[in-house]
Write a protein that binds this ligand. Structure first.
Ligand SMILES: Nc1ncnc2c1ncn2[C@@H]1O[C@H](COP(=O)(O)OP(=O)(O)OP(=O)(O)O)[C@@H](O)[C@H]1O
Ligand SMILES: [Mg+2]
Length: 362
């Protein structure tokens, strides 16, 4: 009965003796491997569906049969027509009535389709990775070209600018006696404009440097850094009284040089936009925000309209008039690039006349 059950099983089931000679071969085997029972029984199975195996691998199989160890796993066999068949395989030792090891019984199931589906998924993944890598490379090249371009443009713009500035300066000096006041006024305005343009170019250069420089992360004490930066501002403006609060010992793993530029920009803004407050207050700390631990710079200065909170980070975007608070509008663009280069995020909250808070995660 057992023999009949084995014979009718849809699985491929066969037995072999200790020399690897086939002793039974069911219909499932015939279907899966294409060899008939009369071709398999009495023949070394090594010559049938295991004919592709390297010697070492077959030796290991023989050793297993002779050890009486059971096994389980996946393997590859070849059918009569040369087709590769992927199988899941279970083997168990066979004993005679006296309890002596006489061979092994194997039961296998075709997993070729499963395998090819897996292979397809793997292939698709590889293809996807390849495409992402390709696009990233393209993107990086374009980005580098753009940076190189803006760098050289900024650089080349400075030479003519220096001429305009220099020669209008000379004209003011030389023409002191001959030029009328209106003309001298125009010349001064030409000079001032040239100088302002020089500053814009300097800022652009700084921004492109931030994008180009490599990142070297190490532990940075942001609290100390914030203290130093604010002390420098205070030294330059002895007339101002600003209440400063710095959260103690806040550290991050970041590029020290870039983080300094970041804090200089954020604290610089806080310093500038509290300039008209008698009770100015600036705070640096760390807090949970949107479910994320973020550093923040908070002030009680001029604030801004939240409707424009995203625009602030664009280059040359300013919400305050030059006459009210001076600046070129490049500071926050720089700050954002620094944060992004660290894989982080920066965002802002504010209210007109109620101050502003800039959060960042790096
Ligand atoms: N702490 C702040 N309070 C109120 N508004 C701010 C604050 N920080 C930035 N802003 C707004 O965002 C704009 C852009 O800031 P950003 O630092 O880029 O430029 P800037 O300070 O005007 O010039 P720069 O930093 O290039 O000298 C500012 O002009 C201002 O309108
Ligand atoms: Mg600024």
């Amino acid at each position: 009965m057992l023999a009949q059950a084995l014979q009718q099983s849809t699985d491929a089931i066969w037995t072999k003796n200790l020399d690897g000679i086939g002793t039974s071969w069911n219909a499932g085997c015939e279907r899966l491997y294409g060899f008939r029972a009369d071709e398999a029984v009495g023949r070394p199975l090594r010559e049938l569906h295991m004919r592709h195996l390297p010697e070492r691998e077959y030796a290991a199989i023989l050793a297993r049969i002779r050890s009486g160890r059971p096994s389980q796993g996946e393997s590859v066999r070849v059918a009569k027509d040369g087709r590769k068949v992927f199988i899941s395989l279970v083997t168990a030792p066979l004993f005679d009535e006296g309890g002596e090891l006489v061979g092994e019984i194997s039961s296998s199931r075709d997993i070729t389709e499963l395998r090819s589906a897996q292979a397809e998924v793997e292939e698709l993944n590889r293809e996807l990775e390849r495409r992402v890598a390709e696009r990233t490379a393209e993107f990086e090249t374009a980005n580098r070209e753009l940076e190189a371009f803006s760098y050289s443009v900024s650089h080349d713009l400075r030479a003519p600018l220096r001429s305009i500035d220099g020669f209008s300066g000379l004209l003011i000096e030389r023409g002191a006696a001959t030029l009328d006041d209106d003309s001298k006024g125009y010349l001064r305005r030409i000079r001032a404009a040239a100088q302002r343009m020089g500053m814009l170019i300097d800022d652009l250069l700084d921004l492109s440097r931030v994008t180009r420089s490599e990142i070297h992360r190490r532990e940075v004490n942001l609290s100390e850094l914030a203290g130093t930066v604010l002390a420098n501002f205070a030294a330059e403006a002895p007339g101002r009284a600003v209440e400063v609060h710095i959260g103690p010992n806040l550290k991050s793993h970041a590029d020290a040089g870039l983080v300094r530029v970041l804090l200089e920009n954020l604290l610089g803004n806080a310093w500038k936009f509290t300039g008209k407050r008698a009770d100015a207050r600036i705070e640096f700390g760390r807090a949970m925000h949107d479910g994320q631990e973020a550093f923040f710079v908070r002030d009680n200065g001029a604030g801004f309209d939240m409707a424009y909170s995203k625009r602030l980070f664009g280059a040359f975007e300013r919400l305050h008039a030059q006459t009210e608070f001076e600046g070129t509008g490049i500071g926050l663009a720089t700050a954002q690039r620094i944060v992004q280069r660290h894989g982080g995020r920066i965002w802002a909250e504010g209210r007109i006349d109620r101050g502003a808070t800039f959060f960042f995660v790096i």
